[in-house]
Write a protein that binds this ligand. Structure first.
Ligand SMILES: NC(=O)c1ccc[n+]([C@@H]2O[C@H](COP(=O)([O-])OP(=O)(O)OC[C@H]3O[C@@H](n4cnc5c(N)ncnc54)[C@H](OP(=O)(O)O)[C@@H]3O)[C@@H](O)[C@H]2O)c1
Length: 193
């Protein structure tokens, strides 16, 4: 069955962005950059990949899921179809009127993400990438099969959490691989036990 993978960059204290969505504290230079791009070419925005000559044909995903707040970051600067090499699905119940529409843009839906993911998992295909953010990840926590965390060597102090606080409910994962880069970034992959 297709897996749902939450692949995301995170600080040492568990934030995926600052309180205002800042991500400039995460290092974008260093030995982790090329290595991670080679391992996950399909998580690079389509336009950047074409300009940088990155081959996205061999990636592990064919679908990406975004919460509205994640999608809105690009939309605000005119990027309405960031990962158009993938099937893109954006979840919102309150911004449906702002969806750009058209086949070249993501499907923007008010459907229940859990139901959508369960239906996607029944289809043939490659993996499903849960891009974020933390609110959508929280809604989909029970469906996450795999975590790929790019842990950045920084404490943010506050921000948007990897998952929003919930009720105590330990879910165990086994480590698949850990790669420590000289930049201080540690790429950890975990599969649900
Ligand atoms: N570090 C990284 O790799 C990374 C990756 C992705 C995102 N980010 C950052 O994360 C931030 C956004 O994260 P976020 O947690 O604030 O928001 P988010 O998860 O991107 O989006 C939240 C919105 O998604 C919709 N949504 C969530 N759960 C839903 C459900 N059960 N049913 C229907 N719609 C649902 C809701 O929209 P409505 O309220 O309209 O219903 C909700 O307000 C951005 O700053 C982004 O840059 C970082």
């Amino acid at each position: 069955m297709r897996e749902l993978t939450y692949y995301v960059a995170v600080s040492l204290d568990g934030f995926i962005a600052g309180p205002e969505g800042q991500f400039d504290a995460f290092p974008v230079e260093g030995d982790h950059m090329q290595a991670i791009t080679e391992r996950f070419p399909d998580t690079v925005p389509t336009d950047y990949a074409s300009s940088a000559g990155i081959d996205q044909s061999g990636g592990r995903f064919d679908t990406v899921l975004m919460g509205w707040n994640t999608y809105a970051v690009g939309l605000a600067v005119g990027v309405a179809s960031p990962y158009r090499h993938l099937e893109q699905i954006v979840f919102t119940r309150t911004h449906l009127d702002e969806a750009p529409g058209g086949d070249e843009h993501p499907l923007v839906t008010g459907a229940d993400p859990v139901e959508v993911v369960r239906e996607l998992k029944q289809r043939e295909g490659r993996g499903i990438w849960l891009c974020g953010g933390g609110r959508l990840a929280t809604a989909l926590a029970g469906e996450i099969d795999r975590l790929v965390l790019k842990r950045n060597p920084v404490l943010l102090g506050a921000g948007i959490p990897l998952f929003e606080p919930g009720t105590y409910d330990p879910r165990h994962f086994d480590v698949v691989s850990t790669t420590a880069f000289e930049s201080g970034v540690v790429l950890g992959e975990y599969v649900r036990r």
